[in-house]
Design a protein around this ligand. Structure first.
Ligand code: ZN
Ligand code: ZN
Length: 415
């Protein structure tokens, strides 16, 4: 019986992790600069939390939830983290203790959809949520953080698209406008979209069916659905982005598929990703905290797809984990001595490895080479008798005799 990883999942092997680590390190350092703190929430939540936050008519809730069987109340693996973070923020009264919270996560998410290119059942999000402040400048800060992450990772040719949905009332009048505009075309829409027309008209704008996209592409959008305040808010976001020199494109079609968005919505896409071209997306969600039983405060955030980032990351030469010292021994006694030296080196902060196989000196040196060891300690019966070790510098080929009691000190001097 041979097992393989479940469909739609992927092992992340050591050689891949070099890339993952790099991305994560850069993100973490930026989060610190921008004042975000890490939060970790459970991998699963009550299904109702997701229904309540994402909306019952969304594809995620309708088709993509990965539910845990036979649990009551029903539990689901999280399809995204915003709902979980807000749930945690409310549950732990963070608004009383912290007020304004800036939180980040780098974590796995789950969707139970049919696996396809670029879509996994377990995938990873790099995300932030800033909860407790309503400011157009904060929206701009969040967008600039996403932008800076991609820039620092060396990703080029990505496009930032933004739009404003306005407040709840504005969203309703936008829905009404859309209904008017699409009413005559309803027979030309796909079957799904015909259902969406009544249930949630915004989702038609996200339809992946080509004929629907053509119809949507021809709609003449006006942003006259925004009230005076929301129009001003939207202009403030845009002017703040201009001040930060962040290029963006206003896309009236961009509404994002989730119910909780208000005001600013944005998406970052990359042409190399094909038809599913979003690297990440985000926006403001001013009703969600209240909707989930918290205070009436606004929030804004984004999530970037970790795997999507890796797909557009320029090929980098993976840096193999380097190893300072390799200990090559010949014979059981020498190995035992080498094993103690290994421990002393590590306690002195030196990365060291030993060969456990008692293989030939030649193959041990080959292994040292593969591990990119800078120095090799060579130890056999002859050296043990004299209480010394041979120290070989792998770059120059130089060999020195070092008294064992001084070995760790001498090695540290040479690194
Ligand atoms: Zn408004
Ligand atoms: Zn459609």
């Amino acid at each position: 019986m041979k097992f393989i990883s479940p469909r739609g999942t992927k092992d992340i092997l050591p050689q891949d992790l070099i890339k993952w680590d790099n991305v994560e390190r850069i993100c973490r350092s930026l989060f610190k600069l921008y004042g975000f703190e890490e939060i970790r929430t459970p991998l699963f939540e009550e299904t109702n939390l997701f229904i309540r936050s994402l909306g019952n008519t969304t594809d995620i809730v309708q088709k993509q939830m990965l539910n845990l069987q036979a649990e009551k109340p029903s539990l689901s693996l999280r399809p995204e983290a915003t709902a979980s973070v807000v749930r945690s923020y409310i549950e732990h009264d963070l608004f009383k203790t912290q007020g304004f919270a800036k939180l980040f996560y780098i974590a796995p998410m789950f969707r139970g959809e049919r696996p396809q290119k670029g879509r996994l059942r377990q995938f990873h999000h790099i995300g932030v949520e800033a909860i407790g402040v309503n400011s157009a400048f904060l929206d701009a800060e969040i967008i600039s953080l996403a932008y800076e992450i991609l820039r620092r990772l060396g990703i080029e040719n990505f496009q930032l698209k933004i739009n404003s949905l306005g407040c709840k009332q504005d969203k309703e009048s936008l829905a009404k406008n859309l209904k008017e505009l699409l009413k005559k075309k309803i027979s030309l829409l796909c079957q799904n979209c015909r259902l969406r027309f009544n249930k949630n008209i915004f989702r038609i704008l996200d339809c992946k069916v080509k004929s629907c996209q053509e119809i949507v592409g021809n709609i003449d959008f006006k942003n006259d659905y925004l009230c005076t305040d929301c129009l001003q808010y939207s202009n403030e976001v845009k002017s703040a982005l201009n001040k930060l020199n962040i290029p963006f494109k206003v896309m009236p079609h961009l509404v994002r598929g989730l119910d909780y968005y208000t005001h600013t919505v944005f998406e970052i896409s990359h042409k190399d990703l094909g038809s599913q071209d979003a690297i990440g997306a985000g926006g403001r969600y001013n009703n969600l905290v209240k909707e989930l039983g918290g205070p009436d405060i606004g929030a804004v955030g984004f999530a970037l797809g970790f795997e999507r980032i890796l797909m557009v990351l320029k090929e980098q030469i993976p840096s193999v984990t380097s190893n300072d010292v390799f200990i090559a021994t010949l014979g059981r006694l020498a190995f035992e001595q080498g094993f103690i030296i290994l421990d002393k080196l590590r306690k002195a902060g030196v990365a060291a490895q030993i060969d456990f196989d008692f293989s030939s000196l030649k193959s041990q040196l080959r292994l040292a080479n593969r591990l990119k060891s800078k120095l090799v300690v060579m130890l056999g019966d002859e050296e043990l008798k004299q209480n010394i070790a041979l120290l070989k510098d792998m770059a120059t080929g130089n060999q020195e005799r070092i008294v064992l009691v001084n070995l760790v000190e001498e090695i540290k001097k040479r690194l």
